[in-house]
Design a protein around this ligand. Structure first.
Ligand SMILES: Cc1cc2nc3c(=O)[nH]c(=O)nc-3n(C[C@H](O)[C@H](O)[C@H](O)COP(=O)(O)OP(=O)(O)OC[C@H]3O[C@@H](n4cnc5c(N)ncnc54)[C@H](O)[C@@H]3O)c2cc1C
Length: 439
């Protein structure tokens, strides 16, 4: 953690950086590269990898400053939030050298090929296989709920490399290029109308052995680290959101001028997803909505908004603790599970407050609706917070076992060779007397 005056110095340095470098004539890519070289975009990353080796308080302080100065923050996404930090811990020097700059400079975005139709909460039962072929691995299987796969350059892939090892010990963790003939991506439409995630089919897809993170069979450790980073939140400094259509590739977005991406000299565009977890401030927070002209301001609603405000403030402090734990190498501690659960609570409060404050108008979607339909969008998207990155029930289990010391869930399959297990879709097919293995 940086002390008070160290944080003040950091703020002063970042402010001077913005004065010198923020220019609407730059492309987004040029801005992100400058930010990455300064170490201010990812302050919790080590100095050797485009960061400063600072704590979560520095990240929060810089995010606050970037938002106040109305400048775009560091590139976000799953690669930056999870992939880069995982490589710093589990990757080798070559992988760090090749992959960390494209992430820090926003040249690449990554997706997460973890969940499968028969393997979500029980992630270690993944059945997608990777078989070694010389300097490469050949991948076959299916993933599902893969956010952003259509615009991703690479994916963090969990695949089974050893059928004879127990399920946690036979997994490989790969960084696989997405644009290749062996990978087919089919969008899944959600009730929001977006197709944010996808099902992904691997048919003899290829990934270099050089992109196997850790040793074959050690993938579970990297997967657990990935989830810890996912639950504790983003890695880079947050600025004002940029207007960004869904389905735009990062490399195309990088070519655009900052002046085209932000509304010149005025309010920056707000993406609909920013309404889902708006936090205590910001234009889409219930705290802001309730003071708008025409808003419902009954006493019970005002009290609920205050409760929401308190919950959001507490959440952001807990999130700082979780990030500090993860940054200090303490792994997926209970704080990251508490953060995830607290975010679910705040999302549900926000889901109910937005429409209650706006009244019927809060149900409208489309650009003519209040706030471009972002409030109705947030209502429809709210359930996802309790599922993505591990469900609320799974977080309760973690807290029950690791904090309260309750008996562990029975795990009869922990030491059984994977080949002998009847799990997920294998189990479903086995009931028909026709397992995948038998075919
Ligand atoms: C918005 C969103 C984005 C996502 N993005 C990605 C992505 O990019 N990449 C990716 O790989 N996945 C992604 N996912 C998938 C997500 O990780 C899984 O949906 C999640 O882990 C749950 O798995 P499942 O859907 O298979 O549910 P299941 O595991 O089948 O669970 C079904 C229900 O059973 C409960 N349950 C299961 N096991 C237990 C237990 N042991 N104790 C108590 N209750 C239990 C669960 O809590 C849940 O309510 C995303 C999901 C969402 C909603």
């Amino acid at each position: 953690m940086a002390g008070g005056s160290a944080l003040d110095d950091l703020r002063a340095e970042a402010s001077a950086f913005v004065d010198e470098h923020w220019d609407l004539d730059l492309t987004l890519g040029e801005w992100w590269e400058r930010l990455a070289r300064s170490g201010l975009g990812f302050p919790t990353w080590p100095e050797q990898w485009f960061g400063r080796g600072l704590g979560a308080d520095a990240l929060s302080a810089l995010s606050e400053l970037f938002r106040a100065r109305r400048v775009v923050g560091a590139p976000g996404g799953l690669g930056q939030m999870m992939g880069g930090p995982v490589l710093m811990r589990h990757g080798n020097a070559d992988q760090q050298q090749r992959h960390l700059w494209p992430l820090a400079s926003g040249a690449e975005s990554w997706c997460q090929f973890f969940s499968e139709p028969g393997s979500g909460s029980d992630l270690a039962s993944a059945q997608t296989r990777a078989v070694r072929d010389g300097d490469e691995w050949v991948v076959n299987g299916q993933k599902v709920w893969t956010s952003g796969a259509r615009t991703a350059d690479r994916g963090m892939l969990l695949a089974r490399v050893d059928m004879d090892a127990p399920k946690h010990r036979g997994l490989g963790y790969f960084i696989i290029p997405v644009e290749q003939p062996g990978i087919e991506i089919r969008p899944l439409k959600q009730m929001t109308g977006d197709a944010h995630f996808n099902e992904v089919f691997f048919t003899d897809a290829r990934v270099a052995d050089a992109d196997l993170v850790g040793r074959p069979g050690d993938g579970w450790a990297a997967a657990v680290t990935t989830l810890a980073f996912e639950r504790s939140g983003r890695a880079g400094v947050v600025g004002v959101p940029i207007a960004q259509g869904t389905g735009v590739r990062r490399r195309d977005l990088r070519q655009r001028k900052l002046g085209e991406l932000v509304e010149r000299d005025r309010v920056f565009a707000v993406a609909p997803q920013d309404a889902r977890n708006p936090g205590p401030s910001g234009p889409l927070s219930p705290v802001s909505l309730i003071v708008e002209p025409g808003a419902n301001r009954t006493d019970p609603l005002r009290q609920q908004v205050v409760r929401y405000y308190v919950q959001s403030r507490v959440n952001s402090m807990t999130q700082q603790r979780a990030r500090a734990d993860v940054a200090a190498g303490r792994g997926a501690g209970p704080a990251s599970s508490i953060t995830k659960l607290a975010r679910s609570v705040a999302t549900r409060m926000n889901r109910d407050l937005g429409p209650a404050i706006l009244g019927a108008a809060g149900m409208l979607v489309g650009s003519q609706a209040p706030h471009g339909g972002a409030i109705a969008h947030a209502t429809l998207q709210a359930p996802s917070t309790s599922i993505a990155g591990g469900t609320d029930e799974v977080q309760h289990n973690i807290l029950g076992e690791r904090v309260l010391g309750l008996p562990r869930e029975p795990q009869v399959d922990r030491d059984v060779p994977f080949r002998e297990l009847k799990v997920g879709t294998v189990r479903a097919e086995a009931t028909k007397g026709n397992t995948k293995e038998e075919r």
